[in-house]
Write a protein that binds this ligand. Structure first.
Ligand SMILES: O=P(O)(O)OC[C@H]1O[C@H](OP(=O)(O)OP(=O)(O)O)[C@H](O)[C@@H]1O
Ligand SMILES: O=c1cc[nH]c(=O)[nH]1
Ligand SMILES: [Mg+2]
Length: 221
């Protein structure tokens, strides 16, 4: 196996594969698309969050007191705007106390480089695990920039969860952030197309989630 694949977990589960196929279908409308993205985030979250720490506490069960584990740490979900927002609620259903930070990035259509327009984290984000979410990892530029922002803010335990991961993006993240584990519903080996899209994926996830056509925020906003 190539070394750059060593940080990647791809989910080989029929429910996940089924939902990914429906996402890719061009006839899937905005409402169903957003429901599928949310459901996929929840299904993947189960595995992505398996390293959360627990602590034993005593509780009164109906028949006797028991010592039993509960979560010992909070985690922070950091969506890369806009498309990453579609994955937040799926993870929050797993753990309603999770905090949410935001990183606003869009990919310049000409250069494919990430352009930043927003960055806001809960104050204690660096104290616990962080899960960055974005449906698409294409060139990897946006994920790299987001992870670097988080590292510069002191975060040490970072995971990246996406629905579609390209080989190009996986390679870049492995080179730049070998400490970051990546969880994907679908892995696409091979090159991106001439516009930097994963040819076998769902097109522009942000546009399909929001019902827009290539909306990009004003650079001065
Ligand atoms: O790996 P990359 O080559 O950087 O491409 C992936 C990025 O592109 C998409 O966002 P987009 O720029 O379309 O912004 P949006 O979410 O506002 O639509 C996607 O949601 C990722 O953030
Ligand atoms: O394949 C891609 C590339 C960029 N953005 C997406 O949503 N999908
Ligand atoms: Mg984006």
């Amino acid at each position: 196996m190539e070394a750059y694949l060593s940080n990647l977990t791809v989910f080989n589960h029929p429910l996940i594969k089924h939902k990914v196929s429906h996402l890719c279908d061009v006839n899937t409308g905005t409402k169903e698309f957003s429901e599928l993205v949310k459901e996929l985030a929840m299904l993947m979250g189960y595995e992505t969050l398996k390293e959360l720490k627990t602590k034993d506490v005593e509780i009164q069960a109906p028949l006797q007191k028991i010592i039993t584990p509960v979560l010992a740490e909070d985690f922070t979900i950091v969506p890369i705007l806009r498309a990453g927002l579609g994955m937040v609620d799926g993870l929050r259903e797993l753990s309603p106390t999770a905090k949410v930070g935001h990183i606003g990035l869009y990919r310049d259509e000409e250069t494919l480089k990430p352009m930043t327009y927003y960055f806001k984290l809960p104050v204690d984000t660096a104290d616990g695990p962080v899960v960055v979410v974005d449906p698409a990892l294409a060139t990897g530029g946006s994920a790299d920039a987001a992870i670097q922002f988080l590292k510069d803010a002191g975060c040490k335990n970072i995971k990246f969860m996406c629905i579609f991961a390209s080989e190009v993006g996986i390679k870049l993240l492995y080179e730049k952030h070998p400490d970051v584990k990546i969880y994907a519903a679908n892995y696409a080996p091979g090159p991106l197309n001439e516009n930097g899209y994963i040819p076998t994926a769902a097109g522009d996830a942000g546009d399909r989630l929001c019902g827009t056509v290539s909306y990009k925020p004003n650079k001065n906003q």
